[in-house]
Design a protein around this ligand. Sequence first.
Ligand code: SAM
Length: 412
Amino acid sequence: MLRTRTWLPLAKNLRFYYTVKTGQTTKDPHQVSKQIYSRIKATGPITVADYMKEVLISPTGGYYMHRDVFGESGDFITSPELNQMFGEMVAIWFLNEWSKVGSPKPLQIVELGPGRGTLSQDLLRIFDHFGALQSASLHLVEVSPVLSDIQAKRLCIQTENIVDPTSVIYRQGISHEGIPVKWYRQFDDVPDMFTLLVAHEFFDALPVHKYQKTDDGYREVLVDVDSNKEHSFRYVVARDETPTSKLFIKPTEKREHLEVSPESLILCKKISEKLEMNGGLALIADYGHSGTGTDTFRAFKKHKLHDPLVEPGTADLTADVDFNELKRCATEAGGVIAFGPITQRDFLLKMGIEHRYKALEANAKPEQLEGLKYGYRMMTDKDQMGERFKFLALVPSVLEKILEKYPVVGFH
Ligand SMILES: C[S@@+](CC[C@H](N)C(=O)[O-])C[C@H]1O[C@@H](n2cnc3c(N)ncnc32)[C@H](O)[C@@H]1O
């Protein structure tokens, strides 16, 4: 079954306190299409994972690289963009769990794939409100130059680009609250320090390999050019096993179609290693399944489903996250324990979103009420984001005894 990233019509006044910047577009919208076409012509069909990576983050025309893709004028909307309550609940969760382990300092807040920087903005606002930003810094992992620009404008009073090619930080600044903010292209470069890490709708953007059951066993689905039409693509099924199908398909596998994201699994392992080594907490929120998902690779353009092979680079590509596999990779070395996945609805309600909603409603101007109610319902309703989105928490195993006595909030 296909799941949608977002739903229209969007209500007005979704957020109270900022206006949405309109996006830039690349000069040639067919750039990525041409690149992939030439590549396949030269070397043969490519994996869906290679296709997805090229389409989303190719420096020359990748979907995320040259425009603001969010909101009414973009292709989809995310929970932090809908309403401030989302970021507030996440912030309260972190503050609660952090204080349980003695509020270690210095504190490093890390966000993977911050989009417009809205979730980080809400986190900093709440942390600041509770006086939790002394000795804190914010670290953003973002590949998109345009989105990092938008994040910098939203979060910082000043920023500078770092031109030194040996530096793993490509931009830095000072936030409105007065803490250092740094930008990296990859998680590996984030310093080793006590970390509160959040990844919202990040893992679903990481490349997946697709497989299909055939009479000869599982075979990888590849992307080939469509010889009937220039710059068009089609799926083909590999004749033989590919290195990844040998590696990733379990002997017990039964599904007709399945997707595997090695990049996500490796990243999850790295997050766990950092948490184990330096201490910290991670919250991964995304739409996903527990090992039952099948054919979920899809595209969104202007808030509608779109064919992933048509006009690549002009639509968002995404696939459901396999939380079972993330959890397995995070915990298999034994240094980290995982809680969840639980639904977004459960998480937000247990964190007290209802009370926050009522307080905001009581103080809202009449023209803000529609957006507030719409945001609340979208985030919590079972048939909207409430059940589709899941939360997974990762905590170092050394905390197991403490957590038996004082369980992780929201997850029990
Ligand atoms: C779907 S958006 C989510 C944005 C934000 N977390 C939110 O919920 O509004 C994905 C984000 O991840 C970034 N991104 C995608 N692939 C990435 C990669 N491989 N490395 C770093 N950032 C990536 C995108 O540029 C974008 O900021």
